[in-house]
Design a protein around this ligand. Structure first.
Ligand code: ASP
Length: 437
């Protein structure tokens, strides 16, 4: 059995929903369907954004009626255009009243998925299962994976082969109130269902043909990635490659279920497969993808004989912990230690951090580099392959780029370099062409 999740653009209007239905009907194994709220349309906002605006308006003490009319219109157009025999007038009015009465962000934000799933279940003749009954959070909003897995398994037992539609993005807390994942969280719901039924495959239908080797805004028409592993995906999405919610891989990864990113509007394109590492086959590619982010700060600490001083790194890290700052990388030398931090994490705290480091480390010298961009070149193919680093650095040298930091993880899955922000795009281009052309 397959779990299929359809994102917001796939659910945007009657024409895209018809396309979704033909995809579902094309394969009898597509029995478990997860939906997002209707996405952006030309000149019309995403339904989730409209609902969040309703919440904000109500919070300011005004009625959300005017914005809610737009929500109503989106759903009513879908129902009318597809001639679906369902009357949601009462549901819609109840939701509007609840939002006006102060029902809260999570309730409001989740209603697009709820209504869309009701409509699609009716249209397909599938069973509707409300995510609030199977996806559970603690009262503090922490996702409860095992309880959710047990409840989901039990709810699907005996009915999965009839066809089921589940709204993505939300679940509930012990007191029954609605709780949402972070934005884009329907991807997580799909992964949870795939794990619970031990799906053959988790299909995630979006509006792109999967992952590209790098950002198409930087390199024109980059090659697409036909297959990558969960580990490679983690590295690439952490460094900024979008498409899938970064938390969506955890439930399926545990169960060794592959994810297939597909394009609703180009259903013949095979998309990108995301597979467990053990299924990785050497396919001749050295590099799977290149991704990066701008705006990092590096604090370089220098002290003679640092390597023989017990607890040096621990004391340095404790200063960051006290300031509630997480670090991204920690390149080291014999007498040097670098702390790489996202600018947004250290904003307004730099002076106090430096003072703290000086106090606990008594260093010879501290230097701060800012405006640094990090770029990760990722690929299992790099392991034990001679010449990868040489190729990468030669390309950067030829492009006249000064590399300010180098970090190669011990897994040899990636090489991370730091360059000036201004060299970010040029560096990605140089690396891409070195490995692809
Ligand atoms: N509708 C939600 C959002 O816009 C969740 C999702 O689409 O996955 O973030």
């Amino acid at each position: 059995m397959l779990v299929c999740k359809f994102g917001g653009t796939s659910m945007a209007d009657a024409s895209s929903i018809s396309q979704v239905v033909s995809i579902i009907n094309a394969n009898p194994k597509r029995k478990i369907v997860v939906v997002s709220a209707p996405g952006k349309l030309k000149g019309q906002d995403k339904v989730t954004d409209l609902l969040i605006n309703c919440y904000k308006t109500a919070k300011e003490g005004n009625s959300c009626e005017e914005i809610f009319e737009k929500v109503k219109y989106r759903f009513q157009s879908i129902i009318d255009d597809l001639k679906i025999d369902i009357d949601l007038a009462k549901e819609l009015e109840n939701i509007r009243q609840a939002i006006d009465a102060g029902a809260g962000y999570d309730f409001a934000a989740s209603r697009g998925e709820y209504l869309m799933a009701l409509i699609l279940a009716k249209y397909l003749g599938f069973v509707f299962i409300d995510a609030k009954d199977i996806i559970k959070f603690t009262q503090d909003g922490v996702f409860e994976s095992e309880l959710t897995n047990d409840l989901t398994k039990a709810a699907l037992d005996g009915i999965a082969d009839k066809g089921v539609v589940v709204p993505g993005f939300y679940g509930s807390k012990p007191d029954g109130s609605i709780c949402v994942f972070s934005r884009g969280g329907s991807d997580i719901t799909g992964a949870i269902l795939a794990r619970a039924i031990n799906a053959e495959l988790y299909e995630n239908w979006t509006d792109v043909n999967g992952f590209m080797m790098c950002d198409p805004r930087i390199v024109k028409n980059p090659k697409s990635i036909d297959c990558l592993t969960y580990k490679e995906l983690r590295e690439l999405s952490y460094m900024g490659a979008g498409v899938l919610h970064p938390e969506a891989i955890f439930p399926v990864r545990r169960a060794d279920i592959s994810i297939n990113i597909r394009n609703t509007f180009e259903p013949d394109n095979p998309g990108t497969m995301i597979v467990p590492s053990k299924e990785y086959r050497k396919n001749g590619r050295i590099v799977t993808g290149i991704a990066g982010k701008k705006n990092f700060t590096v604090i370089n600490i220098e002290k003679s004989m640092m390597n023989s001083e017990l607890g040096f790194a621990r004391r340095a890290l404790s200063v960051l912990e006290e300031h509630k700052i997480s670090i991204e990388h920690m390149p080291t030398g014999i007498d040097t230690l670098g702390l790489v931090i996202e600018n947004s994490n250290i904003e307004g705290k730099l002076d106090s951090v430096i003072a703290g480091l000086k106090a606990v480390l008594n260093p010879d010298h501290i230097e701060v580099l800012d405006d640094l961009a990090l770029i990760a070149t990722v690929g299992h193919g790099m392991i034990q392959r001679k010449g990868t680093a040489s190729k990468l650095f030669s390309a950067l040298y030829a492009a006249d780029i000064n590399v300010r930091l180098i970090d190669q993880g011990s897994s040899e899955l990636n090489i991370i370099i730091g360059v000036d922000n201004k060299d970010f795009e040029k560096s990605i281009e140089a690396i891409y062409h070195a490995f692809v052309d």
